[in-house]
Design a protein around this ligand. Sequence first.
Ligand code: NAD
Length: 267
Amino acid sequence: MRLAVVGAAGRMGQALIQAIDAVDGAVLAAAVERSGSDAIGRDAGELAGAGHAGIAVTDDPVAAFSAADGLLDFTAPAVSVDFSALSADAGIAHVIGTTGLNAAQDDAIRANAARTPIVKSGNMSLGVNLLAVLVQQAAKALDAADWDIEVVEMHHKHKVDAPSGTAYLLGEAAARGRGVSLSDNSVRVRDGQTGPRPKGTIGFATLRGGSVVGEHSVLLAGEGEMVELTHRALDRSIFARGAVKAALWARGRDPGLYSMLDVLGIS
Ligand code: NAD
């Protein structure tokens, strides 16, 4: 499968180029960066420390997508929305790992998924998607009247959105387990005289610092006991390998918006 990587010079872009190099059945067909990036014209493989690839980084996505069967996209919300229209025009599978999209941006991507298969997930790793299944089960088993759920995450100091896409993914899993809507039952920020914790809410806490790739814990706190479910990402390659796997899975599928749970076949 010929894959284009957008955001090729980014942290995830480089991990994606390395992962494509390591996965049978996937080849790097194009690498795209924003206009004005220092990476334009450089060899994409060398940029990612994966050796010479013979693919120059370009700022022309339309030409890049015409040479590809799929697109791997870990960039920024507005950029992923624009690329979802271009991938639908080109009729190629689109894997979106970008986080921090608002509701209107999610809707725009869902609309473009009517024309091409899109796999979108706040976390592409097998471990986090398994964790989401476990969180849903735990939230279902433990009565909301007696158990409080908190999602705690830590990431490196360069991350620009909060809480993380993975924290939302885990919060959604907990809300599904309880049969409630996350948006109506979440507490995302606490500061000052907050009053006691509202019963049944799902809380979020965000830590930022250093080079942490991603750590997430879901705490289920009851009277006199606490259950903790934790995932630690030790390396970005777990997200990149998941994204390549998603692209291979999506190739030739019917148009639609899919998640990593669909790709991994776990529920
Ligand atoms: P980054 O800032 O290192 O990389 C983003 C890249 O996108 C930059 O190189 C930037 O120049 C490029 N870009 C911006 N506009 C562009 C355009 N118009 N065309 C082409 N390229 C463009 O960020 P990162 O750490 O690689 O993370 C990127 C996104 O992926 C974030 O939203 C992050 O939260 C998310 N992420 C998701 C997962 C997951 O598993 N879903 C894992 C890690 C990171």
